[in-house]
Ligand binder design. Structure first.
Ligand code: SAM
Length: 288
């Protein structure tokens, strides 16, 4: 939803924007090419290095409008203040993992690729998915799968994980997917490990708390008429965004521009199947 997000941000020449999820730099570059001055943040050192290199091939007048910064968006308040990005015209969140992270087996995000169960977006974090899978009790695992994966068979899955790891530690993405598949069976639809992988990723990166903190801080950073645009990829994230925006509006801070979330076009989903669950919501700061 690159196009929609860019147009909803209403980028104006010389105005300041924060892209809190740099990833491969697609949105950041689109904003800078439209004349915006961008502070781009990512918690993943690899994303920063990748875009640092990518923008060396971009025109000087675009490149100089981009400031790259490694950090967690939950610290957006401090980072923006330090970089002089207060009273900005727009803040963009494009949540989740990047294609690069997902497609790199050693990052451990995908059960379709053999890799160590890592799932840290920030490699300086202490706890990996492997630590959780092998270290939590059966009850804790079931709770985690239910809370962050909305997994209806959380107890059954926790049970088969505990049984499998009593023989040997669960090390890799494929090991975990296979253990779940063996117990749950595999029908034509969603892989039975999908929700477990989502839950682990959310827990490892503390994603939902980071989002809540960042949304609150964003309200303080946005100038009058400025917009917060959030693209989310699952219902837990979308619920947080929806409630937070409603609460901002109820307190008189501005208005929600998307009564219903914007979803990708059929063409976009055909081109990029991962976009199928994307939902975009936009809040505009009023005069208060
Ligand atoms: C879906 S990708 C963004 C793609 C990007 N919009 C583009 O055009 O290429 C999400 C990115 O957000 C980063 N991210 C996720 N949670 C974060 C957080 N709490 N703080 C900073 N970056 C985060 C991930 O590391 C990943 O690179």
């Amino acid at each position: 939803m690159l196009q929609e997000a860019s147009s909803l941000l209403q980028v104006k020449k010389g105005k300041r924007y924060i892209d809190v999820t740099l990833g491969g730099g697609g949105h950041t570059l689109a904003i800078a090419k439209s004349g915006g001055v961008v502070l781009a943040i990512d918690v993943d050192e690899e994303a920063i290095r990748f875009v640092e290199e990518k923008i060396t091939h971009v025109a000087e007048d675009v490149r100089r409008e981009i400031t790259l910064c490694k950090g967690n968006f939950r610290e957006i308040g401090q980072i923006a203040k330090r970089e002089g990005f207060t009273k900005v015209s727009g803040i963009l969140f494009d949540l989740g993992v990047s294609s690069h992270q997902f497609d790199t087996p050693s990052r451990g995000f995908s059960f379709q690729r053999e890799g160590v169960l890592d799932m840290r977006m920030d490699s300086s974090l202490a706890v990996t998915a492997k630590d959780l899978i092998n270290g939590l009790s059966k009850k804790e695992l079931a709770k985690l799968f239910e809370k962050y994966g909305e997994e209806p068979f959380s107890n059954k899955i926790a049970d088969c994980i505990v049984e499998a790891r009593s023989m040997q530690p669960i090390e890799t993405t494929r090991d975990l997917a296979f253990i779940i598949e063996r117990r749950m069976g595999k029908s034509g639809g969603m892989h039975p490990a999908t929700r477990v992988f989502q839950a682990l990723r959310i827990a490892v990166n503390d994603e939902l708390h980071a989002l809540e903190e960042a949304l609150s801080a964003s309200l303080q950073l946005i100038g009058v008429g400025g917009r917060i645009v959030v693209i989310s990829f699952h219902s837990l994230e979308d619920r947080i965004v929806k409630h937070r925006f409603s609460s901002f509006a109820d307190q008189g801070f501005g208005s929600i521009l998307t009564k219903k979330p914007v979803t990708p076009t059929l063409e976009e989903v055909a081109e990029n199947p991962r976009a199928r669950s994307a939902k975009m919501r936009v809040f505009e700061r009023g005069t208060v």
